[in-house]
Write a protein that binds this ligand. Structure first.
Ligand SMILES: NC(=O)c1ccc[n+]([C@@H]2O[C@H](COP(=O)([O-])OP(=O)(O)OC[C@H]3O[C@@H](n4cnc5c(N)ncnc54)[C@H](OP(=O)(O)O)[C@@H]3O)[C@@H](O)[C@H]2O)c1
Length: 218
């Protein structure tokens, strides 16, 4: 399966690219700039090579990546994700699109959830990519720890979608990643609840001076 990480050159994109490539999937690192995508893809391949692992990771411009891939993951900040989605609409038709996007603002030293009128980032993405299968997942994964392949953690990943097949495929992919457990959270409307956990985690980290909090439901 070919999986594109759109904006995969950034913080969360790195861990997702590495860990999906480790499963034997073809990974395409997407970027606005082909050169940047190629540099990052090489960097990710080197990280895996140093551990004696092979990674099928290549770089492409976002449009090409979306066109080539079976599944696209939108690792782009919410301010730019929606306009990027509009420009990639034709390439993403009938395909699974995973949204880890969290719209939030910092006010008075605290992070607050700042959803669009559609209710959540994933629902806004669904309103733009009307012919794609939108799945909401991965919002509560802290980027730095996830990119560290020696890090110890055990996290749950709530997954929601209106498309049951797309949700099942996404959950299977997440479950295959070491130390992650995918949990079915229901339809896409639930994304507003999942997305709002991230600013809470960030506030807990800041207030309690803890690094890289994730979630585990017990
Ligand atoms: N950081 C986390 O811990 C974390 C965890 C879970 C979910 N998320 C979510 O994942 C998404 C990415 O977060 P991040 O922290 O990885 O972001 P980031 O590192 O700040 O940015 C990711 C990529 O977005 C692309 N980008 C930046 N400006 C853009 C623009 N104007 N138009 C199109 N693309 C642009 C860049 O790629 P190019 O320059 O190569 O195009 C950049 O490398 C966000 O929606 C965030 O809410 C983040």
């Amino acid at each position: 399966m070919k999986i594109a990480i759109l904006g995969g050159t950034g913080h969360i994109g790195m861990g997702i690219a590495l860990r999906i490539a480790m499963l034997g999937n073809e990974v395409i690192v997407g970027s606005r700039e082909l050169e940047k995508a190629n540099i990052k893809a090489r960097e990710y391949r080197n990280i895996l090579e140093q551990r004696g692992l092979e990674g099928d990771i290549i770089g492409m411009e976002n449009g090409e990546a979306a066109r080539e891939a079976d599944i696209s993951i939108f690792t782009i900040p919410y301010k730019y994700a929606y306009s990027t989605a509009e420009s990639l609409r034709n390439f993403l038709r009938d395909k699974i699109v995973i949204s880890p996007i969290v719209p939030m603002v910092k006010k008075g030293g605290f992070f607050l959830y700042d959803p669009p009128v559609e209710g959540s980032a994933a629902e806004k993405l669904a309103s733009i990519l009307t012919e794609s299968k939108i799945v909401s997942a991965l919002q509560t994964i802290p980027a730095k720890k996830f990119a560290d392949l020696d890090a110890k953690f055990e996290w749950d990943v709530p997954v929601c979608s209106n498309d049951e097949d797309a949700k099942r495929i996404t959950m299977k992919l997440i479950d295959r990643m070491e130390k992650l457990r995918a949990l079915d959270a229901g339809p896409l409307v639930v994304s507003r609840l999942i997305e709002s956990i991230t600013p809470l985690l960030l506030n807990l980290m800041l207030q309690n001076k803890i690094k890289s909090l994730g979630v585990k439901f017990l």
